[in-house]
Design a protein around this ligand. Structure first.
Ligand SMILES: [Zn+2]
Length: 255
């Protein structure tokens, strides 16, 4: 079977590569490299303000900051009127799309919702991007907005987190043929749910089991696929080891 078994959900990764976002900067050793990254972030912020959100924050009270210690990819802090980014995405379109995503939250003055109002604001921004001649950005913003369904965007349940762990792991695997680390998967879900990684872990105690079950599912699929293609398959399972230790896994009790 060649069709992917991944269901399309609200947290389906957008087609642009997110992985560098999670590995580009490690807490503690990024301080010396912050200047060029910070200026790219500021430029992205300025572009989005001017072209996609011209009526928002006219008094220029909001700021954007790089904070490598952040445990989510990005955070919209309403009280501080600051958008924090853990790292700066190297791909320009993805960076602009992510900044746009956060400003759309800031512009609505409402925490962490990906409901209809947020989606509508993103689609407006997409049109604006198109109008200034950046079709690639317009498409990236539109896809990101459409990856959320208003029905389930407001609530993140243990079951939805488990589903998303499975879907994101499969999507990464189908993207480059490698099993993503659990932390990469959680960071990705964090970006789309606006919950920190530690909050995701707290809400879903079975997150490790969900990840382990997914890895086993991928392994079983690959072994089966290899069996159909070739009789020599001893090393297939070895190549599918996750990139980080997965000790302390709970027994399979995912419902
Ligand atoms: Zn968001």
């Amino acid at each position: 079977m060649s069709s992917p078994r991944v269901k399309v959900t609200s947290l389906k990764p957008h087609p642009l590569n997110h992985k560098r976002l999670h590995t580009a900067s490690k807490a503690g050793k990024a301080s010396k490299k912050q200047t060029p990254e910070s200026s790219r972030l500021q430029e992205a912020f300025t572009f989005c303000r001017q072209h996609l959100f011209p009526r928002w924050d006219r008094k220029r009270r909001w700021r954007i900051k790089l904070d490598p210690t952040l445990d989510s990819v990005a955070l919209c802090h309403f009280k501080k009127r600051t958008i924090f980014f853990q790292a700066v995405e190297r791909d320009e379109i993805t960076l602009l799309m992510l900044v746009c995503h956060e400003i759309a939250h800031a512009a609505l003055q409402k925490r962490c919702g990906h409901g209809k109002r947020w989606q509508h604001r993103m689609l407006e921004a997409s049109t604006d991007a198109e109008n200034v001649g950046n079709s690639q950005l317009a498409e990236a913003i539109k896809r990101n907005a459409e990856a959320y369904t208003p029905d389930n965007s407001e609530t993140v349940t243990p079951a939805s987190i488990k589903n998303n762990i499975r879907d994101v792991t499969f999507d990464f695997f189908h993207g480059d043929g490698k099993v993503p680390a659990l932390t990469t998967v959680l960071h990705h879900i964090s970006l789309h749910s606006c919950l920190s990684v530690s909050e995701l872990r707290r809400r879903c105690r079975g997150y490790k089991a969900a990840y382990k079950d997914t890895i086993e599912e991928i392994e079983a699929e690959e072994v089966e696929r290899a069996r159909q293609q070739s009789p020599h398959l001893e090393s297939i399972a070895d190549n599918l080891e996750p990139r980080e230790p997965s000790d302390g896994l709970q027994p399979s009790s995912v419902t």
